[in-house]
Design a protein around this ligand. Structure first.
Ligand SMILES: Nc1ncnc2c1ncn2[C@@H]1O[C@H](COP(=O)(O)OP(=O)(O)O[C@H]2O[C@H](CO)[C@@H](O)[C@H](O)[C@H]2O)[C@@H](O)[C@H]1O
Length: 488
């Protein structure tokens, strides 16, 4: 089976968050099961190409219609851990992917609309006919629309689309001029059953376009799949998703064991596993040394996250203060795109700087993330909503006990130590429901209390998390089953 995976991110080449992990992990799992996978990415100036071998030009003059002109692209190809990667490199004055970052530009809609059209134009011109186009999030929502409206008639008749929703908080609401720029007809498409935004009828909704025009749509956990059809977590798309429920489902993400395993992780000082948990102590010490925390008989509470409203930033701040006031240490690694949130954490960092039990690192640092997972005892994830969440799964693999809000994929993967209908061997963390400081404290206080008062029981929770199967083997097969079901 030939799969073209199209995304704005793929770790480690271009990663801003979990989408990058998803594309890397799933692509490798599919290759491991005998599929051929081409990952299509923009050729960002910030791409990290050290993991790509044999990078070469595979197409020199890809001419792509855009607005009232033709833009020329190069397409580069190389291999990353057995997965083919194809990079679209537009040669135009727009400098679409020469911005020093992946997202956050005022012309993001144009940048990714162009990318969508360029991918299809490349398939057409190069004669490639993948069985499946697997698109992800709003940035690629126009691909199924373009396929249906333009490229099927030009010969791309055998390709079917699977579309994965990683985050309904970003739907790609854009002016209809974007449709015209990629050669689509707004008069046909700005309709309630097509791309018209359900809440603002002046704009097109690219995520909605992807949902309507794809052969199968899924999100990244069963619980979030339910929430976005049945509750306001659907952010305006509930009734659309219910209309398309026959082609919609939830597939829980995996994490890639070759990247996230404390037994073999080359980025941590001392490898360890569930049978050698005492070795985690050396990583805790290294983490303290690296971030300037004092040595103390205190649990380390970690936060590794995009600092975004979605992630419950106000509760993060409360959790930090609560932990520090209750004899714990805190490390945070995070980045904020929103200037108001960035300012809030800059202030908190300044305020907590003198405290030898606290370190906030405001930036993106892959290696430090590994060290934090290896050294921490608890991880806090107080999300407003969470389509799947990878950090709780990664943390559990490293013997870190998660304290999370019971939403989306967090509810599918974390089972409360005290209140769960699961057998003890699979209980692995602490959950809370209410999006309030009291709600958070109800879980965090139990976690800190267990660490301090019942170390053997706490160790068992760590081991339960480490032994759970969060690999891609089941979800990899589930995606292959979806592809087989929709294949022409
Ligand atoms: N400052 C930093 N430095 C280094 N590494 C950092 C970092 N901040 C975050 N990371 C890393 O980025 C990843 C974040 O994973 P999440 O599941 O929180 O993803 P995110 O919310 O971005 O993605 C969306 O897509 C994913 C994938 O489907 C869903 O799991 C999720 O619910 C949805 O919101 C983890 O690998 C984490 O270690």
């Amino acid at each position: 089976m030939q799969i073209a995976m199209v995304s704005a991110e793929c770790a480690p080449i271009a990663k801003a968050g979990g989408l990058g992990d998803f594309v890397q992990g799933l692509s490798r799992a599919l290759v491991g099961r005998g599929a051929t996978v081409d990952v299509f990415l923009p050729y960002y100036d910030v791409s990290r190409l050290d993991s790509v071998t044999g990078l070469r030009e595979v197409y020199r003059e890809l001419r792509v219609p855009f607005h009232d002109q033709w833009l020329t692209c190069r397409v580069l190809g190389g291999a990353m851990e057995g997965v083919n990667c194809l990079f679209i490199d537009p040669r135009s004055p727009h400098g679409f992917f020469q911005r020093g970052r992946i997202y956050g530009e005022s012309d993001d809609p144009e940048r990714f609309a162009f990318f969508a059209r360029a991918v299809l134009e490349f398939l057409l011109q190069s004669g490639r006919r993948p069985d499946i186009l697997h698109c992800n999030d709003w940035q690629t929502g126009l691909i199924p629309v373009l396929l249906y409206e333009i490229y099927q008639a030009l010969g791309l008749t055998s390709t079917r689309v699977c579309y994965t929703l990683h985050n309904l908080g970003y739907q790609g609401q854009v002016g209809e001029s974007i449709l015209r720029q990629v050669g689509l007809d707004p008069r046909r498409l700005m309709a309630p059953d097509r791309l018209l935004d359900p809440q603002d009828t002046r704009v097109a909704n690219l995520l909605k376009g992807g949902i309507v025009f794809s052969n199968f749509v899924n999100t990244v956990s069963p619980r979030y799949a339910w929430e976005i059809q049945e509750t306001d977590q659907g952010m305006g798309l509930q009734s659309l998703l219910k209309t398309h429920t026959h082609k919609f489902g939830g597939v829980l993400n995996g994490i890639d064991p070759s990247i996230w395993s404390p037994e073999v992780d080359p980025l941590i000082p001392v490898n360890f596993g569930s049978d050698s948990l005492p070795s985690k102590a050396a990583n805790r010490q290294a983490l303290r040394a690296r971030l300037g925390l004092r040595d103390a008989e205190k649990p380390i509470l970690a936060i590794v996250s995009r600092l975004d409203r979605q992630k419950g930033v106000h509760l993060m701040e409360h959790g930090i203060r609560y932990a520090l006031a209750h004899d714990s240490q805190v490390v945070l690694l995070g980045t904020a795109l929103d200037p108001v949130i960035a300012e809030r954490f800059a202030r908190l960092k300044h305020e907590t700087e003198p405290n030898p039990d606290c370190h906030l690192e405001l930036g993106y640092d892959e290696a430090l993330a590994h060290l934090i997972y290896a050294g921490a005892d608890l991880i806090l994830i107080p999300s407003l909503y969470e389509p799947c969440g990878l950090t709780q799964m990664i943390a559990m693999k490293y013997g870190v006990v998660p304290v999370v809000r019971r939403v989306g994929g967090l509810a599918d993967t974390v089972f409360d130590a005290n209140y769960s209908d699961k057998p003890f061997e699979v209980r692995n963390g602490y959950l809370f429901d209410d999006l309030t400081e009291a709600g958070l404290e109800s879980a965090l206080s139990r976690a800190i209390g267990l660490w301090r008062g019942f170390p053997e029981y706490f160790r068992q929770l760590r081991v339960n998390g480490m032994r759970a199967d969060f690999s891609w083997s089941l979800p990899g097969q589930q995606y292959l089953d979806i592809y087989a079901q929709i294949r022409a």
